[in-house]
Design a protein around this ligand. Structure first.
Ligand SMILES: [Zn+2]
Ligand SMILES: [Zn+2]
Length: 498
């Protein structure tokens, strides 16, 4: 089927005004102009952004200053070593992860199928990111030419773009990713673009732009590396990273192969495990790993607060709630805010015809992109591949909250309140169960064990305290989408610095 599709696409390409070219000649000319490298090391400075953590869906990803950047790639070893320091710098502290406290160092190792970071001196396996990190090696300027020359499906198409003659060389990397490299009139690689799987965007644009080429010891290398990831409606993709390159060292003698630690070799993506505890009659905390959900039972349906992370996670939460409450469907899911780690599992609920209760500022992005039921090729989910619902109403159904929203069956009451004026996010909702005196929040206050060191007080905690006071919410217990369950007495003591 895939082959038939490819043949169809190729036939259409021939019919288009663009001209097919001899890909071998194009790649040879580019390799001659760019110079051959077996290894390359480059360094510089710039900025990097937090993908999936924008202040509102209309905003760019929040940025951090990169004070020092250094990367070495060994093509023969399929290896990359990247290290950089980031700090908040002069970038506005709006969005997830801001304000960044002090300066942090990030290290990424990639060797073939393996990727890991470091915590102190200890390797931390990153099996979920390994494939994209490996792909990234073949998206570097010289890596692209090498991988395209090796590929047996590479094609070259000549186009006029904004009055410039350009050639796009395209091939499938790692048997899965369509990689397109744009080669300009000087035979230099000025853009390499692919799509990677993402819970928000499905097949998400992942785009490196290479400009300001200079000669470094006979090798041409860009002095500006500018990358995008994200929303196909803009640019395309939001701004993700930019490095101004100040030093390039081609063909260093790197005789020492990266040693892959055993813990990295043996790591696999951990299975999703959730467990549930009853907090009050018909109120279930479904916990697991770093994010939790809360199921609330009404007369003839269930409402779930938060669908974090992924479809696998949502399926586990749905199964656990079905075990607890076998006879009621999930009709509503509350989305505390649009950050990808908190919203990544929403599509699974939409696929089962639940309405999403979310902030009105998330509407356009959710309707146009995130909850769109169109196909996803890299990581199909239930919504994109099975289209399970048939409903006369508009799907997905969004219940939009600008200020407050109440869900009730006449007995149980669940109030959803917007929390304005937050630096963390502009789409925040908290959920209050007045009869149970429970307040559910994400990213504002994450209760810890009473015996543990209390969390440092920040603006989000202060805003939560002010919101409780302003709305006169009766709260006995706080339930964090992160962290544990804590008493309001403890919360007030922490916020008031006692
Ligand atoms: Zn967040
Ligand atoms: Zn969070």
């Amino acid at each position: 089927m895939r082959r038939m599709l490819a043949a169809l696409v190729a036939a259409c390409a021939l019919a288009a005004p663009a001209a097919a070219q001899d890909v071998g000649q194009v790649l040879e000319a580019a390799a001659a102009a760019m110079g051959d490298v077996s290894t390359i090391r480059y360094s510089g400075h710039g900025w990097v952004a937090n993908v999936g953590q924008s202040h509102t869906p209309a905003d760019d990803w929040p940025r951090f200053e990169v004070t020092a950047y250094d990367r070495t790639i060994s093509y023969g070893h399929r290896a990359s070593y990247e290290i950089y320091n980031r700090r908040q710098g002069d970038y506005p502290a709006l969005g997830g992860g801001t304000p960044l406290q002090g300066e942090q160092q990030h290290v990424f190792f990639t060797a073939g199928e393996y990727t890991w970071t470091l915590a102190g001196d200890d390797p931390v396996p990153q099996p979920a990111n390994a494939e994209v990190r490996q792909l990234d090696i073949w998206m570097s300027p010289h890596g692209f030419l090498k991988a395209a020359a090796e590929a047996d499906d590479a094609s070259a198409t000549a186009l006029m773009l904004e009055g410039r003659p350009l050639t796009i060389v395209s091939f499938a990397a790692l048997d899965r990713y369509r990689v397109n490299g744009t080669i300009n009139e000087d035979n230099l690689v000025e853009r390499v673009l692919t799509w990677v799987p993402n819970p928000y965007f499905g097949d998400m644009i992942y785009d490196h732009r290479y400009t300001g080429y200079q000669d470094f010891d006979g090798v041409m290398f860009p002095t500006v590396l500018h990358s995008h990831q994200g929303d196909p409606r803009v640019n395309p993709g939001h701004n993700w990273m930019e490095i101004t390159v100040t030093g390039v060292h081609p063909n260093l003698d790197l005789d020492r192969e990266l040693v892959i630690p055993d813990v990295v070799r043996e790591a696999t993506v951990p299975p999703v495990v959730v467990r549930s505890t009853q907090m009050a009659p018909g109120v279930w905390r479904v916990s697991g790993g770093s994010h939790h959900s809360i199921g609330v039972e009404f007369d003839d349906f269930i409402a779930v607060v938060e669908a974090p992370q992924s479809e696998a996670r949502s399926l586990a939460v749905i199964a656990e709630l079905r075990r607890r409450v076998p006879d009621k469907p999930i009709r509503y899911v509350v989305n505390t805010h649009h950050h990808v780690d908190h919203a990544g599992g929403l599509r699974t609920y939409v696929a089962q015809s639940a309405a999403v209760i979310t902030h009105e500022a998330s509407r356009d992005f959710y309707m146009d992109v995130f909850l769109h039921p169109g196909t996803r090729s890299l990581e199909p989910d239930i919504l994109s591949s099975l289209m399970p619902w048939f409903a006369p109403n508009r799907i997905p159904a969004l219940e939009l909250v600008s200020d407050e929203y109440t869900l009730t069956d006449g007995e149980r009451v669940m109030n959803v309140h917007a929390v304005p004026d937050l630096g963390h996010v502009g789409t925040m909702l908290v959920v209050h169960l007045p009869a149970e005196r429970i307040l559910i929040n994400a990213d504002l206050y994450s209760p810890r064990l009473p015996s543990a060191e209390p969390p440092p007080v920040n603006d989000s905690m202060r805003t939560l305290a002010a919101t409780i006071e302003r709305l006169e919410l009766d709260v006995a217990r706080h339930v964090g989408v992160h962290g544990l369950v804590g008493s309001h007495v403890d919360f007030l003591r922490i916020v008031n610095g006692q």
